[in-house]
Ligand binder design. Structure first.
Ligand code: HEM
Ligand SMILES: [Cu+2]
Length: 650
């Protein structure tokens, strides 16, 4: 109990941290100044902080994840700078450990996941002809929990000290004996808070997709991205509770002195590794299946063809999701489980290559004889195929258990998972960002700049990560903060660092493209700027608050494409407008996340009084919600008419 500031409450002693301190204060001051100067506080509150609109929540996810791509990317560049040449000491060992931990954790939890969630939020309700998700209020809670967790994690390196046991946070390294202090607590509590949000997102989208599809949209007429989100939601619902339990057990170990993971106390350190990867392996499919969904949409749109092998695409995802829960031990073949266990997990891992291969062939067959148009989203989608092949093939190599004894935890692995995570997930996120951007904002991102960014990022990516396969086979291990001369590693590392900087430049061009296109981007007046196939392109851009003035009726796959072919109006398009039922905005999700943040922050420092106050705040918010009866309103017909005709719709 008690309130004593630890000796190093404010982290000192590192010039880089002072720079980060100053930059953070300046950024916050800048934001406050701009909001005050332009009198935008009320706008911020009314339009964004209290919104329950899935499109706006999606946009907030996307902004946050782009920021985190920047932060995690800077961490990556710092590490690559340090490794560019032998014997560099820009970072010391301790700082290096903190940086790779922050990098991995941020990239997975606060960049890849929210990026996917952002695109899900923006696109899924529009693709299924719905007016929002099933539980809009819960959706806002999910977002703000992610945000609170993200902020909690991000302040660690300035206040109290950052975690340094890697993003996998293995015990006993992460236990309180070897890692006293708040660092690991930050990891545990921020992931706990954002993880609850993720679980609720999974439930929300499962229900949304099962219950809110437009009439006529049977399961086998759903767009492929929606399918991928449905499968992903199911994986989330099975996987995240495991993470929740693992994090809770380790938190109890650290804060209250239990011994779930300490051998000496009768606990089992390997249990952490098992629990972590029972969640962690499916997690990689949580971030990559929606990317597959995006590639399917983009490829069929810009090849102007129906997706080849739709049914096979669906079944392959179902198989992948099931098998993904049977492979987790491939993350620790070397930890002595024995030949029988290792063989089982080796074979199950390789089995995943089959349904994945089916998908790759289906994309290729969709491209075959298509009228291909190389727009920016299409470049990312086509660029994904070779990178993912390389990542997948080296994955099969890693799945050979005896061989893994050779390259386990070497740079070979680092290269493999970046090929899958960057070449799969990040390429997919960026394809989706360029693709749905006009739907979100009503203008297109500049194509010429988009192509420059794509080529720089893609070439930079391969220059960065391909050499790492070789330096890994030569014996360079991961998480190595510096290395001596004369091992033959230097040229590989140097080239790799050059590639990393090329990716950095590519990212900056993307950011510039956004700023440039706000002013100069081509306006999307039709709502269907790519000549799309699915329902989101049937409404104006940006999509109106209520999405669909009339709920469409679907009679085929690629519903909007067929509606366009028919040219005459459908009966449902002639029906009179009716008032639309919408949920009210609420500030409570945002406020509740502040209470969560306070509770988390208190527990990080073991200030239990603060933890309790925070949790009481959370409870109070939930009580208030239970007694809220007036939580919706209707949009009247004349307002719908005005909005539709302003967008050029009858
Ligand atoms: C922007 C370009 C990127 C660069 C330059 C980069 C660089 C690195 C480096 C140098 C390491 C190795 C740390 C070490 O073992 O010493 C690393 C680890 C890692 N990276 Fe990246 N990375 C990038 C993007 C990403 C992305 C997009 C993701 C995920 C979506 C990601 C996920 C990870 C993970 C999970 C680790 C393992 C961290 C650990 O060992 O605890 N990286 N990255
Ligand atoms: Cu795995």
């Amino acid at each position: 109990m008690g309130f004593h500031l630890p000796k190093n409450f404010f982290v000192t002693g590192e010039p880089m941290i002072y720079v980060a301190d100053v930059l953070s204060v300046l950024t916050i001051a800048g934001i406050v100044f701009v909001l005050t100067y332009y009198k935008k506080w009320k706008w911020l509150w009314d339009e964004w902080l209290t919104t329950v609109d899935h499109k706006k929540i999606g946009i907030m996810y996307l902004i946050s994840s782009l920021l985190m791509l920047f932060r995690g990317g800077i961490d990556g560049l710092l590490m690559r700078t340090q490794l560019a040449l032998p014997n560099l000491h820009i970072l010391d060992a301790e700082h290096y450990n903190q940086i790779f931990t922050a990098h991995g954790t941020i990239m997975i939890f606060f960049m890849a996941m929210p990026f996917i969630f952002g695109l899900m939020n923006v696109a899924v309700p529009l693709q299924i002809g719905a007016r929002d998700v099933a539980f809009p209020y819960l959706n806002a809670v999910s977002f703000w929990l992610f945000f609170a967790g993200c902020m909690l994690f991000n302040i660690a390196f300035m206040i109290g000290g950052a975690p340094d046991a890697g993003w996998t946070n293995y015990t006993p390294l992460a236990g309180s004996d070897l890692a006293p202090g708040p660092g690991i607590n930050y990891y545990l509590l921020s992931l706990q808070i954002s993880g609850i949000g993720s679980l609720m997102t999974g439930i929300n989208f499962l229900v949304t997709i099962l219950k809110m599809r437009a009439p006529g949209m049977t399961l086998m007429r759903m767009p492929m991205f929606t399918w991928s989100v449905l499968i992903t939601s199911i994986i989330i619902i099975f996987a995240f509770p495991v993470l929740t339990v693992a994090l809770a057990l380790l938190t109890i170990d650290r804060l209250f002195g239990s011994h779930f993971f300490t051998i000496a106390g009768g606990g089992e350190p390997m249990m952490w590794a098992n629990l972590f990867w029972i969640w962690g392996h499916p997690e990689v499919y949580i971030v990559v299946l929606p990317a597959f969904g995006i590639f399917s949409e983009v490829i069929s749109t810009f090849a102007r063809k129906r997706l080849f092998g739709y049914g096979a695409m669906v079944y392959s995802m179902v198989v992948i999701s099931a098998v993904s829960f049977l492979t987790w031990v491939h993350h620790f073949f070397t930890m002595g489980a024995g030949p029988a266990v290792n063989s089982f997990f080796s074979i199950s891992t390789m089995a995943i290559a089959i349904p994945t291969g089916v998908k790759v062939f289906n994309w290729l067959f969709t491209l075959y004889k298509g009228r291909i148009e190389f727009t920016t989203p299409m470049l990312w989608a086509v660029g994904f195929i070779p990178t993912f092949l390389i990542g997948g093939l080296t994955g099969v190599m890693l799945a050979v258990a005896p061989a893994d004894y050779q390259y386990h935890n070497s740079y070979f692995l680092i290269s493999h998972f970046h090929y899958v995570l960057v070449g799969g997930t990040v390429f997919g996120c960026l394809a989706g960002l360029y693709y749905w951007w006009p739907k979100m904002f009503g203008f297109k991102l500049d194509e010429r700049q988009g192509k420059w960014a794509f080529w720089l990022f893609n070439i930079g990516f391969n220059v960065c990560f391909f050499p790492q396969y070789f330096v890994g086979l030569m014996g360079m291990t991961r998480r190595m903060y510096t290395y001596p001369e004369g091992l033959g590693w230097t040229p590989y590392n140097f080239i790799s660092t050059v590639g990393a900087y090329m990716m950095g430049v590519g990212f900056l061009i993307m950011v510039y493209n956004i700023l440039y296109s706000v002013r100069h981007g081509e306006r999307d007046l039709t709502g269907d700027i790519w000549n799309g196939r699915t329902l989101e392109w049937s409404i104006s851009s940006p999509a109106p608050h209520y999405n669909f003035a009339r709920i469409p009726e679907v009679d085929d796959l690629d519903a909007w494409w067929h509606m366009k072919q028919r040219k005459r109006k459908q009966p449902w398009e002639l029906r009179p407008l009716k008032p639309i039922h919408m949920p009210n905005n609420s500030g409570r999700p945002f406020i509740m996340s502040i209470w969560f943040f306070i509770a988390g922050f208190g527990l990080v420092f073991e200030w239990y009084w603060m933890g309790i106050i925070g949790l009481l705040g959370v409870l109070y918010c939930m009580l208030k919600r239970s007694f809220e009866y007036d939580d919706h309103h209707y949009i009247q017909v004349d307002e719908i008419e005005r909005t539709e005709s302003a967008a050029g719709r009858a």
